[in-house]
Ligand binder design. Structure first.
Ligand code: PGA
Length: 245
């Protein structure tokens, strides 16, 4: 596990984007695993800027998002499909048919989970997965207690996750109670993972991550078993780690 410190959110975003851009330039058919939420927004802005300035092409790139809220249509401004289209896909030369986000409003949600899991495998798996971490240690929407063997599945969101995400919705009651998420074993099959950690509100989780033994009570701890993880964390997120050291 490699840890890279960035001085702030902008530097973390730039370092992560530079890494992704290099990967894409070396492997134009990369399968990229993507995340939503607040953390990766700066990365996507940097990818767009680089595409406009340097012409890095995404024509042959396929993307697989970690998760989607159950019950939201792709057109809903709060869906992760909408987020991805607006924050990245609409601004680069990617083939939208090669961008994959679970269908949160599928009629048969269980079948949708199996389809998504199969889709990733049939495309050869994820080469590089971008991950954030929840304040409770979740990765994707795999909340504490999720089996490390889990594959893409439907999960109940914890009250703390719903509260954390309420900032994007008109009110807490409108935050969906369930999501489809790649499972922990799905994530762990990625050939390479970048974990991004930014801000003081993640300092506690990151410090726990660093001292925590591998345990299903803290899903991110499993990443310590992955052969190729790079963590890019900013100084604010590392604050409590330094105190422990
Ligand atoms: P955030 O979410 O990037 O909005 O902090 C990360 C996560 O919950 O995994």
């Amino acid at each position: 596990m490699k840890i890279v410190e960035a001085k702030d959110y902008n530097e973390m975003s730039r370092k992560a984007a530079d890494y992704i851009i290099k990967k894409i330039q070396n492997s134009p058919k990369l399968n990229l695993g993507l995340a939503t939420g607040g953390t990766p927004v700066g990365i996507y802005q940097n990818l767009i800027k680089d595409h406009q300035l340097n012409g890095t092409s995404y024509t042959h790139i396929a993307t697989f998002n970690l998760d989607e809220y159950v019950g939201l249509s792709p057109e809903s401004p709060n869906s992760y499909r909408f987020y991805m289209n607006h924050k990245l896909f609409n601004h680069i030369d990617i083939n939208i048919g090669k961008t994959h986000v679970p269908h949160g409003n599928a009629h048969h949600l269980h079948e949708e989970c199996l389809r998504y899991e199969r889709l990733i495998a049939e495309n050869g798996g994820i080469d590089l997965q971008i991950l954030g971490i929840g304040a409770n240690g979740h990765i994707g929407f795999n909340e504490p207690g999720t089996s490390f063997q889990s594959i893409t599945n439907i999960v109940d969101l914890t009250p703390s996750t719903r509260e954390a995400n309420a900032r994007y919705f008109p009110s807490l009651s409108e935050v969906p109670t369930q999501a489809i998420t790649m499972g922990i074993s799905t994530i762990m099959k990625s050939k390479e993972i970048i974990l991004l950690v930014s801000g003081e509100n993640k300092a506690e989780a990151f410090s726990k991550f660093m001292i925590q033994e591998i345990d299903e009570k803290f899903p991110a701890s499993i990443l310590k078993n992955h052969p190729c993880v790079t963590i890019i964390a900013d100084t604010a997120a590392m604050k409590k780690v330094k105190v422990h050291c």
